[in-house]
Design a protein around this ligand. Structure first.
Ligand code: DAH
Length: 353
């Protein structure tokens, strides 16, 4: 160790050495969190910090060395403060915080929405009919008696009205919740633009006891084609094309005579059971056939009710439920699941979008 002959010079040497050490230390430091920065501030530039102490030492420096010491100390002060400001602004801009985040950790996944199975089935059906030139048409769910019943050849006191238990609007008995999507037929035929080729999806309402198999609201899809020379053969071929596209090439259909007031002749169409393929199961009630829709040639009276000349124009119509085919396709055994909005049910369809 060097023995300094003059105490004050010796002190000066010590101070210079200290300043050098601190300078090196500050230069090699890398601060990237708020707590370390605060420790640094208190230690170097705080009111009881190293800088403050060094400045009080000026009085112990010999006069002829004061200038040199002062310059060095100022340089050190600038360095200490500049580093502090630099780290502080990086931390304030968030980069410091970000550097503490482990970006290799897996992120939180956002729950993904999914299409409702009814919408998926509806869109499938629409897409097939659109290929045949059918346009999508809609109509009101709150309907008047004329469009839901009378114009469809169901005059007041007609026994067929009892086929559909109706919800009436209390304030005005002429208003009701539509019992089928056939009201849309009327609304579009009344517009008088022919030919007309539409499919009409929508929600319908009936006053029925809610169970696993029936609900007080459900969905239908109606089809209508009006032009000159439209025949039952057109109806059969259109529907056959539809089921082939929907269920595949080996599908079979059969028509059974039926009754609807708005069509004449009327029929119900069955497909061979897609669950048991004829072996017999409880879906087809061991008959091998499942009914999927009602259809027929639009009754001349219905055309006339809408101002269409029934000598010039003919047309076919059909109506089908959406819930039943969706239940068959997705293996759903309770119709109530469609409207309960239970996420555990709905999220099963995410991959089926
Ligand atoms: N509207 C009928 C119902 O709700 C379904 C229907 C049958 C519609 C035959 C039609 C049709 O257009 O031609 O049960």
């Amino acid at each position: 160790m060097n023995i300094c002959p003059f105490a004050y010079l010796c002190r000066m040497e010590q101070l210079l050495q200290q300043i050098n050490q601190y300078t090196e230390e500050i230069k090699s430091l890398n601060i990237n969190d708020a707590a370390s920065l605060e420790t640094y501030r208190i230690r170097f530039i705080g009111t009881k910090g190293i800088l403050k102490n060094l400045f009080t030492e000026i009085k112990n420096v010999p006069p002829e060395k004061k200038k040199e010491f002062g310059l060095l100390l100022n340089e050190f002060k600038q360095l200490a403060e500049a580093r502090y400001e630099e780290w502080k602004s990086t931390l304030d801009n968030g980069a410091g915080a970000a550097s503490q985040i482990d970006i290799t950790l897996p992120g939180d996944t956002l729950p993904l929405g999914s299409r409702h199975p009814i919408s998926m089935m509806k869109n499938r059906i629409i897409e097939i009919f659109q290929r045949l030139g059918f346009a999508v048409a809609e109509g009101p769910e709150i309907e008047d008696d004329w469009h839901n019943f009378t114009a469809l050849n169901l005059p007041e006191h007609h026994p067929a009205r009892d086929m559909q238990d109706t919800f009436y609007i209390q304030q005005n008995p002429d208003w009701l919740l539509r019992t089928h999507t056939s009201n849309i037929q009327i609304r579009h035929m009344e517009k008088g633009k022919l030919p007309l080729r539409i499919i009409c999806p929508g929600r319908v309402y009936r006053n029925e006891t809610i169970s696993a198999r029936s609900h007080c609201f459900f969905h239908q899809l109606e089809g209508l084609y009006i032009d000159e020379n439209v025949s039952f053969a057109d109806l059969k071929q259109t529907l056959y094309y539809f089921v082939q596209e929907m269920y595949g090439g080996d599908i079979r259909i059969r028509f059974r005579p039926s009754y609807f007031p708005f069509t004449e002749p009327s029929a119900e169409m069955d497909i061979n059971c897609q669950i048991c393929h004829g072996k017999g199961c409880n879906v087809c009630k061991y008959s091998g056939w499942v009914e999927i829709l009602g259809c027929g040639m639009v009754h001349p009276k219905v055309l006339e009710n809408c101002g269409i000349d029934s000598n010039k124009y003919t047309g076919f119509a059909f109506g089908m439920g959406i819930e039943r085919p969706a239940m068959l396709k997705y293996g759903i055994n309770d119709i109530r699941l469609f409207s309960e909005n239970d996420v555990r049910f709905l999220k099963q369809f995410i991959s089926a979008i």
